[in-house]
Design a protein around this ligand. Sequence first.
Ligand code: 9MG
Length: 278
Amino acid sequence: MTFKDKTVVFDSPKIMGILNVTPDSFSDGGQFNELDAALRHTQNMLEHGATFIDVGGESTRPGATPVSLSQELDRVIPVIAAIASRFDVIISIDTSKAEVMKEAVSNGAGLINDVRALREPNALQTAAELAIKHNIPSCIMHMQGKPETMQIAPKYDSVVDTITGFFSEQIARLTDAGFHYKQIMLDPGFGFGKTLDHNFEMLKHFVHFTQFDLPVLAGLSRKSMIGKLLSREVNDRLAGDITVNTIAALAGASVLRVHDVKEAMDVAQIIRKLNQIN
Ligand code: 9MG
């Protein structure tokens, strides 16, 4: 898959390092909202082998306060511009707002990561235009409900069938809007309108999400499914993270979105070795 001018071959899982530039971010507590700290953290993630850096200015954890357009632009654009001018990396912009997508791409972003699957006003048209004119793929995530309310009694007949059905619909919707098929990344959305059991059912049957021959992203890092099952606080979930990322990678995840890049790279390298053996 090509991201603006950079081609990535998904012959083994690639790592997306998380760079939250929010004061209320759930697991790094806004530690990286100063530009210098954000750049140092980026450099560290790149040294450990990250292929993507996902920059986000709005927390999507349940109950997080929404941010205005100007606040979000102020948080993410200087960071994206600074990363783009210093590092050779694919910058992913974690946003649902059309204006942020446009500005982020003008300043160097090469991937749109939208947890709301391009359903906010003008998001689909804007992302399609960016795909057509600048070769910017989009990552489309499944979420039941909205971040504010999504964890209030989520319900599915079959969570895996619902998500695969959603992927089919979204692929048709994006290609109708002008995306090439190969400009779409999929994400089942762990923790977004799912109970603990739904999340583990998704993990167990992750291979189903790879049936579209498109890269599938697994966002499992420090999520509450690990914390709840193991009774671990957010900064004590590394062993759980490595385990769930390994399971997703063995089932065909192409991208692991993580806080802990070094450990995720170890997983990716082991999977790569296994993939080379007949
Ligand atoms: C921004 N963000 C938080 N969690 C995420 C996940 O699981 N997937 C994607 N694509 N983005 C996420």
